[in-house]
Design a protein around this ligand. Structure first.
Ligand code: GLA
Length: 669
């Protein structure tokens, strides 16, 4: 799934075999008069830019009216860039349909779950399943491919932009038609669908495919069918992938020598696209990431970069966008602190990025993103941002040898799964407070605090090689996944899982006989009723930690189970809270409450030690520094706002400035 049948990196126009990291930005020259373009390419050279993503939002400029094309300006920009040895990742420009198209064909506009049209005025106002949109988009793709496919500046194709960022969920009639088709392929017969969706409940039984709809707004205070909701999320991700494939297939037919990518948007809580299922569609994986505010913002950046690196199968990937400084879409938008621009960039490189690019090259003077930072800010080249950008360009030039080196797998992994992410947070559950990604991120923070490397890997990927596997809230447990986990522990692997794991199958039907049905025997425990907590409730454990959100009334049913911690207070007092069953050399542990990083750190320290997984960092650096390894390069990332002495790993006198990153050759063992 996260496996790459073909990996084809950028086609560099000059010196194709010279190892280098790509460095650049989204370039939107259509926002500026011609004179500025010359200045742009000069300053790009100063900064060390070697690639730009071009024409992402240029549809209206390229095709001002139906049947009318204007390529002159783009010809000129392509020549200018090529003349300055700047490669082009050319967009297919299909992200934002122009007003003439939506005026002539309002039937391409998405519809929300209430039945309201999403009007044009921003961007990405198109239905992923609209045949009319598809036809116009492909005509544009064809025109661009025919005109620029052989242009010497071309390094790659960039399909659309952040597919699904604004239009993932469309409830229109086009979507309903495509959803039915998708369901027919999945279930074959109406009765197959009825069984999967448990439609005997609430008299929902279908007698004909035509009766099936997307989960449009239902009766207030009621809940749409949960499997319908889950399947609609799966379908919506697949529908966008169909669009991706349509553009890609045309590009591959017309320009077989050029690699094709699209920019994923794996960050924060965004989960509309099942990216592990998309990776193999592309020649290389690309991601956009914006660091979020809050105490775990830096760790979340590392978590996302790590997961993308593993979705890319450990092979180099392309950081298509991040920000030099402030964004414009938070309630309050803070500039980055000194060092953060380089640290954020190099954290992505540490996790396998061979390209470091920004949104965008020159900060806009008008439009919705004029207060979003860029490589050249409003202040111009005489600015701290541009100086940091230029410095980063030099750093990346010096790191050319990193290019092409694979991520070195860690010994521990965190499993991450879109089905569980989608399903665990659905309505009408024991608690609506559960946050799937937050639990996984808390474990990641605990690994970082202990100085342990951990890979974040898709649950469908190849994780058997890891000695320690943490599977937080792995709620959806198809029989095959359960069998893999059993086999893993049987073969000596150490599994750690948590509350609300192993509960349902792929249709969100409960595994019966007591929770956690699919993992009950493996864990040697049985739970008759969940015991979620109110926001103002906590659960004290006898190991000194405090749980929130959730508890379970655990009965230990296998004498081989060791109770690692018990609940101390309330009606749960004396009951097991954390358990570990070691049927052989392997083990299966269960954590029944939300401990947060503070509680997970000591717990994980013990579990990792018993799994034989130890830190590669000297004790003094654990928690201070994140370690990532690519081929012979060790990346040391200062997680703190203080200077950290790293002489123990980087030679006498070496120190990491606050928020700095150091790349050192791998210590020989
Ligand atoms: C997204 C888009 C860009 C821009 C940035 C701003 O990632 O792809 O066009 O809007 O966000 O952060």
């Amino acid at each position: 799934m996260s496996h790459h049948p073909r990996h084809r990196w950028l086609r560099w126009p000059s010196e194709p075999d010279r190892p280098r990291l790509a460095f650049g930005a989204d370039y939107n020259p259509e926002q500026w008069p011609r004179e500025v373009w010359r200045d742009d390419v000069r300053a790009m050279r100063t900064a060390g830019v070697n690639i730009v993503s071009l024409a992402i939002f240029s549809w209206a400029r390229i095709q001002p009216r139906a049947g009318v094309w204007d390529f002159d300006w783009l010809d000129e920009v392509m020549e200018l860039l090529h003349g300055h040895d700047i490669a082009v990742d050319l967009a297919t420009a299909t992200a934002s349909p122009p007003p003439w198209l939506t005026a002539a064909h309002p039937e391409i506009l998405p519809v929300d779950r209430d039945g309201h049209t999403r009007w044009p005025g921003a961007r990405q106002h198109w239905r992923p399943t609209s045949p009319v949109f598809r036809e116009h988009a492909l005509a544009l793709v064809r025109a661009l491919a025919e005109r620029y496919g052989a242009h010497p500046a071309m390094a790659a194709w960039h399909i659309n932009n952040e597919l699904g960022c604004h239009n993932a969920y469309d409830y229109s009639d086009d979507a309903a038609r495509a959803f039915r088709l998708w369901l027919r392929q999945r279930y074959g017969t109406v009765d197959g669908l009825n069984d999967a969706w448990a439609t005997t409940f609430w008299s929902q039984r279908f007698s004909d495919w035509e009766q099936v709809l997307p989960p449009r707004l239902a009766a207030p205070g009621s809940f749409p069918n949960p499997t319908q909701q889950l399947d609609f999320k799966r379908f919506s991700s697949d529908a966008l992938r169909e669009h991706l494939r349509a553009e890609r297939d045309l590009l591959r037919a017309l320009t077989p020598d050029l690699p094709v990518t699209t920019n994923f948007l794996l960050m924060g809580d965004g989960n509309t696209v099942n990216y592990p299922e998309w990776a193999a569609e592309l020649d290389f994986v690309a991601n956009d990431h914006y660091r979020l505010p809050g105490p775990q913002g830096r760790d979340e950046l590392s978590f996302s970069a790590n997961l993308i690196g593993n979705i890319a199968g450990g092979l180099p990937w392309y950081l298509m966008e991040h920000s030099t400084s402030a964004v414009n879409w938070q309630p309050v938008n803070k500039a980055k602190l000194p060092g953060e621009l380089a640290r954020d960039s190099l954290t992505h490189v540490a996790h396998g990025a061979d390209a470091v690019c920004f949104f965008q090259w020159r900060q806009s003077a008008g439009g919705a993103e004029k207060y979003h930072s860029a490589m050249i800010p409003h202040a111009g080249e005489d600015s701290a941002v541009f100086r940091s950008v230029t410095e980063l360009g030099a750093t990346l030039r010096d790191l050319a040898a990193v290019a092409g080196t694979p991520r070195e797998p860690a010994r521990a992994a965190i499993l991450f799964d879109w089905d569980s992410w989608w399903a665990a947070e659905q309505d009408s559950h024991p608690s609506d407070r559960l946050r799937y990604r937050q639990e996984a991120l808390d474990w990641y923070t605990a690994f970082l605090e202990l100085g342990l490397r951990a890979d974040v890997v898709p649950a469908g990927g190849a994780w058997e090689r890891y000695e320690l596997v943490v599977a937080p809230v792995l709620y959806v447990m198809p029989a095959a996944l359960s069998q893999r986990l059993h086999a893993y522990v049987g073969a000596g692997g150490h599994l750690v899982t948590t509350y609300f794991s192993g509960i349902v199958d792929e249709h969100e039907h409960v595994w019966l006989g007591g929770y956690p049905g699919a993992l009950r025997d493996l864990l040697g425990i049985r739970i008759e009723e969940f015991a979620p907590l109110h926001d103002d409730e906590t659960a004290e454990l006898d190991d000194g930690s405090t749980g929130t959100l959730w508890t379970d009334r655990i009965d230990v049913v296998d004498p081989a189970v060791e109770v690692l911690a018990r609940y101390k207070t309330g009606e749960m007092a004396g009951r097991a809270a954390i358990t570990r069953r070691a049927p052989g050399p392997g083990s299966a542990s269960y954590v029944s409450t939300r401990l947060g990083p503070a509680g997970l750190i000591p717990l994980l320290a013990g579990l990792a030690a018993r799994a034989g997984v130890t830190s590669e960092l000297p004790a003094a650096l654990r928690g201070q520094v994140e370690l990532a390894v690519r081929g012979p390069h060790r990346f040391l990332i200062n997680r703190t706002d203080r200077e950290v002495d790293v002489s123990a790993v980087a030679g006498p006198g070496s120190a990491l400035a606050p928020r700095a990153v150091l790349v050192v050759p791998q210590a020989r063992s």
